[in-house]
Design a protein around this ligand. Structure first.
Ligand SMILES: N[C@@H](CCC[C@H](N)C(=O)O)C(=O)O
Length: 276
């Protein structure tokens, strides 16, 4: 089966995007892993599959697969690339697109200068739903990793995130501590791990070790989770610039019950065809 795809990225978090509205596509976990390989495949952090919606009030459904083949609930940078993709491919002419994800509904708004604003929904802090093993909900938990204690916040943006505050993002142990927390037994569905340096109440630097993909150049849901965690700890304002290795995202969260709003770019790199 020969399938057309686009290669896209949001601040260097890169995606293979496939239109499954006008093409028949069947994917197994193994196929996703093969395509994700940066030496022998297309290479990407996540694969996005664009499908028709299952509900009449929504425009599309989109599914997200990590490079390791696992299907996930939400992807912030992917949502912006998805919006750009359906517009560029003329699958819709709408400026505001309602999309169904495994997590529920997301609203995507096309802005000038090829920016996209995403209503990411309200964060969930309930340990049972994240899921995270804890007796009571708290803004910070003590996590024992191989005998060392770390202060982490646990936040779900549809997908699970652990957020640590560090003094210096450049020397943060992202590649060593990240994988240990990703598979920590208190996070039974694994977790994305964010390392946040607070530069001022309206500016943070962030690196994220992503579940199922390793450290990426940017993580949209990770940026949202970090701002929520920073607000819960009383460190951040309601509007925050997030500097990631791949560039800048703008995140807004008014607090309790409100949606997290994310604004950033989405870029197409090339188009191709591949046998699946
Ligand atoms: N890169 C993404 C998040 C992708 C999913 C994540 N790795 C997970 O397993 O939850 C983003 O921009 O949010």
């Amino acid at each position: 089966m020969l399938v057309r795809f686009s290669k896209m990225h949001g601040l260097g978090n890169d995606f293979m995007v496939i239109d499954a509205v006008s093409q028949r596509v069947r994917l197994s976990e193994q196929t996703v892993r093969r395509l994700a390989d940066r030496h022998t495949g297309i290479g990407f952090d996540q694969l996005l599959l664009v499908e028709p919606p299952t509900r009449p009030d929504l425009d599309f459904r989109y599914r997200i697969y990590n490079a390791d083949g696992s299907e996930v609930e939400h992807c912030g940078n992917g949502a912006r690339c998805f919006a750009r993709f359906v517009r560029d491919k003329r699958l819709t002419v709408k400026d505001e697109i309602a999309v169904e994800t495994a997590r529920g509904k997301a609203i995507l708004k096309m802005l000038p200068d090829r920016l996209v604003e995403v209503d990411m929904g309200a964060p969930c802090l309930n340990p049972v739903e994240i899921p995270f093993a804890a007796e009571l909900q708290a803004p910070v938990y003590s996590l024992d990793v191989k005998g060392n204690l770390y202060e982490v916040s646990a936040v779900s943006m549809g997908n699970p995130h652990a957020v640590l505050v560090v003094d210096d993002i450049d020397t943060a142990p992202v590649k060593t501590l990240g994988p240990l927390i990703e598979r920590h037994p208190r996070f039974p569905q694994r977790v994305n791990v964010g390392f946040m340096q607070v530069l001022s109440p309206s500016h943070i630097a962030l690196r994220v070790f992503e579940r199922g993909a390793g450290e990426t150049l940017a993580c949209g849901t990770g940026a949202c989770a970090a701002v929520v965690a920073g607000r819960l700890r009383g460190l951040l304002d309601a509007q925050v610039k997030v500097s990631l290795p791949g560039g800048e995202l703008y995140i807004g969260w008014r607090g309790d019950g409100a949606s997290v709003m994310m604004t950033g770019p989405a870029t197409t790199v090339f188009e191709g065809q591949v046998y699946l």
